[in-house]
Design a protein around this ligand. Structure first.
Ligand code: KIV
Length: 281
């Protein structure tokens, strides 16, 4: 069943109209095959800068480049027909000035065909969000735990507990007033996520921010259980694909070493199949 109930690509007004209604379903994707799998079931597909950690083995998202985002953005675009595609602006590509952000954002949009871009940060990026949205670049905000600021936060800690809630609230208001069409709330307490969701007019999309949000997002490799060791509390694993994948690789390795693969079925004969009875083709 398509997330739109048909084959139409979702638009920004469709997403905005879901505020307070059926929760928005969002996942990341970085490649065409995964984009094809998630497309029918998701409203928003994010080409997240988590690609650096998930596919490229980086220890944080800090080293992700605009070229990486464009390469993966183009790959994902080829796999989508239904979901709205959002691409992350990587660290260093938008913080310097609104003009720098516009230059890079225009490049990413033109190259990838993204419908919108995501920027991390609250009050500090509000001016840039206003600049971009006024010039036709839709922006999704991202507040709370913003992984590009992992060094400033001193780790991937829950944000907005106790008195810190006021700071996260100010970030939310700044992003919404600047014109973001939706906002990701990452790793904040449920009580704060609920308050923010009630107070802002734009949809909130939670990751580690409770079911009080207007939608949810997860990193697709996390929810598929493609990592053995990485198990953050906010991720529910809907499958455990790492173990069967490894078992299949081990079976292949054994069969190659024992000359059991390739077998007759996988081998070409001298003549096309069917020309001389049971001859392999
Ligand atoms: O980069 C990413 O995948 C993200 C989501 C986790 C929200 O920003």
């Amino acid at each position: 069943m398509s997330a739109t109930g048909g084959s139409r690509t979702l638009t920004l007004p469709d997403i905005a109209a879901r505020k307070g209604k059926t929760p928005l379903v969002c996942l990341t994707a970085y490649t065409t095959p995964i984009a094809k799998l998630v497309d029918e079931h998701c409203d928003v597909v994010l080409v997240g800068d988590s690609v650096g950690m998930v596919l490229h083995g980086m220890s944080s998202t800090i080293g992700v480049t605009i070229e990486m985002m464009m390469l993966h953005g183009k790959a994902v675009r080829r796999g989508l027909q239904n979901a709205l595609m959002v691409v992350d602006m990587p660290f260093g590509s938008y913080e310097e000035s609104p003009a720098q952000a516009f230059r890079n954002a225009a490049l990413v949009m033109a190259e990838t065909g993204a419908a919108a871009l995501k920027l991390e940060g609250g009050e500090s990026v509000a001016e840039t969000i206003r600049f971009l949205t006024a010039r036709g670049i839709p922006v999704m905000g991202h507040i709370g735990l913003t992984p590009q600021a992992v060094n400033a936060f001193g780790g991937y800690r829950v944000q907005g507990r106790g008195e810190d809630a006021e700071r996260v609230l100010r970030d939310e208001m700044a992003v919404a007033e600047a014109g973001a069409f939706a906002v990701v709330l990452e790793k904040i307490p449920e009580v704060l996520a609920r308050r923010i969701t009630q107070e802002v007019a734009i949809p909130t999309i939670g990751i580690g921010a409770s079911a009080a949000c207007d939608g949810q997002i997860l990193v697709v490799d996390d929810m598929l259980g493609l990592f053995g060791e990485f198990r953050p509390r906010f991720v529910k694993r809907y499958a455990e694909l790492a173990a069967p994948a490894e078992a299949a690789i081990a079976a292949y390795a054994n069969e190659v070493r024992e000359r059991r693969f390739p077998a007759l079925d996988h081998v070409f004969g001298d003549k096309p199949r069917g020309v001389s009875g049971g001859q392999v083709a």
